[in-house]
Design a protein around this ligand. Structure first.
Ligand SMILES: [Zn+2]
Length: 467
């Protein structure tokens, strides 16, 4: 189909788009806190309103035990055309201390070309970007180049605990040839990037016990096991000297980075010194033989997120702690499976538990790694759309953080590609979250071109990419 003038639309409708997005961001849709259940419901309804205004059929979905999601659909391109499901989320992170915000988190405010609000970059602005493109195409042409579904869930910030059953329940209506995850960023406003893989994660809580209760350090010191020291010793043994993880079998399923992947990573503009300075670290230790970006994107890792033993209240307690706790998260890459890694870690803990101690472990969260081939037709369509808007071809990014891609892909039987215009300094998950409006508008234009590019592809080109 002929592509209507998206640039003119963006210019004419800019103010209306911003106001709409502000209205959505004013709703404090914080997931995981019962006090905000009403706000989450309001936010889902707001998203449904945006979908209807765009010309979609839309409704709120209530999955078993899950926070409300917004679902929209348009099937006018017919069964021969590809169908794309656009995924995003409308829940947001808690705002943290209000004093750290220049303007209140749920009172959206435009300053210096940015829209500031909790959730504007992660992820309401990026979903709105897609909806704006669809609305424009439908109002200008009365049709879209492809069939479209939107699924905007309400629990992503909790790692999507009920997404799989929700997807399974509505699998028929969400069935598609390709999933677009509209929840990623770019390296810089003028360095467009496509995320093409995410790492998985297995987070566990570990509790070590060494005695029935805390013991007097003078009366027993030097003769009983100390839970704090025992746990510290164990954690110390998790790593080998070359920076690898010492758990038996941990690397068995790890796919070695290909020469092509290493080449793509080497193309990314990355200054080690600047990167270190920006986050306030003096060294970048890690697995030998891989660059920092390779380690973040293509190699697994083991991180200690929390460690605690003994008394740390006012004054002091000269006692020997009898329990110690740690939270550990393992970052996983294809083809590692969090369930298998759990068994490996469990075995390792039993083999390494210090004399006289016992150790227990439970899963906190798990997510599978996910990778889309760089040359996937969905990435090709995205790349063309981005080049039309930015005037340069995008680079490819291998991301360190987990998402729901594996569930989306497995239940819906389609591959995932990623698009979003959030930037590294947009402060998502932090105070003063913001979205650079110029980049948001570029994203609206690219989203429209992406649908146009997909419409040029035969439907089975997307399906066959899964082979
Ligand atoms: Zn997000």
């Amino acid at each position: 189909m002929r592509m209507p003038d998206i640039d003119a639309f963006v210019n004419e409708e800019a103010q209306r788009l911003i106001s709409e997005l502000e209205g959505w961001c004013a709703i404090p849709s914080i997931s995981g806190d019962p006090d905000y259940a009403t706000a989450l419901a309001d936010s889902a309804r707001y998203a449904v309103g945006l979908m209807r205004a765009a010309g979609l059929e839309a409704e709120v979905l209530h999955g078993e035990g899950s926070d409300p999601a917004a679902f929209g659909t348009w099937s006018g391109a017919g069964p021969g055309a590809p169908t794309v499901t656009i995924y995003g989320h409308h829940d947001v992170q808690p705002p943290g201390p209000l004093s750290a915000w220049t303007t209140p988190p749920f009172e959206p405010s435009v300053r210096d070309g940015y829209l500031y609000a909790r959730g504007v970059a992660d992820d309401k602005g990026l979903v709105h970007q897609q909806l704006a493109a669809v609305r424009h195409l439908l109002s200008a042409e009365g049709r879209l180049p492809v069939n479209v579904r939107f699924l905007v869930e309400g629990e992503e910030e909790l790692l999507s605990p009920h997404l799989e059953p929700l997807l399974a329940e509505h699998a028929e209506r969400l069935a598609c040839d390709l999933v677009l995850v509209a929840d990623t960023g770019m390296l810089a406003a003028d360095v467009p990037t496509i995320t093409t893989s995410v790492r998985g994660s297995l987070a566990v809580a570990i509790e070590l016990r060494s005695a029935a209760g805390d013991l007097h350090a003078g009366a027993y010191g030097g003769t009983v096991p100390n839970a704090g020291r025992a746990l510290a010793e164990m954690i110390g043994r998790l790593y080998d000297r070359d920076g690898t993880v010492a758990i038996d079998g941990f690397y068995d399923e790890v796919r070695e980075p290909s020469a092509e992947e290493r080449r793509l990573i080497a193309e990314l503009p990355f200054q080690e010194a600047e990167f270190s300075r920006a986050i306030g670290v003096r060294a970048l230790p890690g697995e030998r033989g891989y660059s920092p970006l390779e380690r973040v994107g293509l190699r697994p890792a083991c991180e200690v997120n929390a460690i605690h033993a003994g008394y740390d209240g006012p004054g002091m307690s000269a006692s020997i702690p009898s329990t110690a706790r740690a939270t550990i998260s393992l970052k996983l890459v294809p083809d590692q499976d969090p369930d298998r890694v759990y068994d490996q870690l469990q075995g390792w803990l039993q083999d390494n538990v210090p004399e006289g101690c016992s150790v227990m472990m439970r899963t906190l969260t798990r997510a599978w790694p996910f990778q889309t081939p760089v040359k996937h037709p969905g990435n090709v369509a995205l790349s063309r759309a981005i080049e039309r808007v930015w005037g340069r071809a995008p680079l490819y990014v291998f991301e360190g953080a987990a998402g729901p891609q594996h569930s989306l892909s497995r239940v819906l039987g389609a591959d995932c590609v990623h698009f979003g215009t959030c930037l590294p300094d947009d402060n998502y998950h932090a105070p003063d979250e913001r979205l650079l409006l110029a980049n948001y508008f570029r994203g609206v234009r690219a989203a429209a071109h992406f649908l146009g590019e997909l419409g040029e592809m035969p439907r089975d080109a997307l399906g066959s990419a899964r082979a």
